[in-house]
Design a protein around this ligand. Structure first.
Ligand code: AP5
Length: 216
């Protein structure tokens, strides 16, 4: 039976950072809807162009576009043992679509770690984030700095600041999260899948909480 872990939480809570560690531990693919949109943007695809118009404003890409993209991603063979989902689902319609898709693959969502942190912490994390151009490795100028400024420790590629990490866009992304994604907290609570993780702790402590939740 495949295993599906859904990382839920506001922008900047640390979902991507933790997902990369889980990939190493569990050997499951990391499916980040934001990363797939950014990859499409880099490659100049139609999907990338559509997504960009929403992402630069801090709005969500429409459900039909996002669901179709994730469906395609699940069809790839590396997803046979399951996946770590980061940034999807983000609306009740996406959560319903996910359940239907997973049924087709013979599985269901196993656990939803809900990583939280106060809004001022989220803003400081996002506005100080640096991301690696080659593979999306994540750093922070204060909390998780690279050994050499501007260079990724893991693969030596250049680090950049995401366009949507400008402070006005960050504020909008957090508002959108509260309006459109927060209902999923109740949704997964009702399904007995939600596990709260205090994301306002150092990265290693958050990982330890997460591992504790996943081992139960
Ligand atoms: P996406 O790329 O998914 O961004 P997000 O959800 O806003 O999340 P982030 O990647 O910003 O934060 P994170 O929680 O992963 O934090 P991270 O680990 O990087 O989405 C971008 C856009 O794409 C959306 O706005 C939307 O337009 C579109 N989109 C994506 N999915 C969609 C969907 N399903 N439907 C519709 N539209 C969609 O950490 C942040 C920083 O903090 C880093 O610098 C890190 O080093 C640091 N840090 C992490 N943990 C800690 C810690 N414990 N202590 C100190 N620092 C820490």
């Amino acid at each position: 039976m495949p295993t599906y872990i859904v990382l839920l939480g506001p922008p900047g809570a640390g979902k991507g950072t933790q997902a990369k560690m889980l990939v190493e531990k569990f050997g499951l693919p990391h499916i980040s809807s934001g990363d797939i949109f950014r990859e499409n943007l880099k490659n100049g695809t139609e999907l990338g162009k559509v997504a960009q118009t929403y992402m630069t404003k801090g709005e969500l890409v429409p459900d039909d576009v996002t669901i179709a993209m994730i469906h395609q991603r699940f069809a790839r063979p590396d997803c046979t043992p399951g996946a770590i989902l980061d940034g999807f689902p983000r609306t009740p319609a996406q959560a319903d679509a996910l359940e239907m898709m997973l049924r087709d693959f013979g599985g269901h969502v196993n656990i939803v770690p809900f990583v939280t942190a106060p809004v001022d912490v989220l803003i400081e994390r996002l506005t100080g984030r640096w991301t690696c151009k080659a593979n999306g490795h994540i750093f922070h100028e204060k909390f998780n700095p690279p050994q050499k400024a501007g260079i990724c420790d893991q693969d030596g590629s250049e680090l950049y600041q995401r366009d949507d990490d400008k402070s006005e866009t960050v504020t909008r992304r957090i508002e959108v999260y509260f309006q459109q994604t927060m209902p999923l907290v109740e949704y997964y609570k009702e399904h007995n899948l939600l596990f709260e993780i205090d994301g306002d702790k150092p990265i290693e402590e958050v990982s330890a909480q997460l591992m504790g939740a996943l081992q139960k």
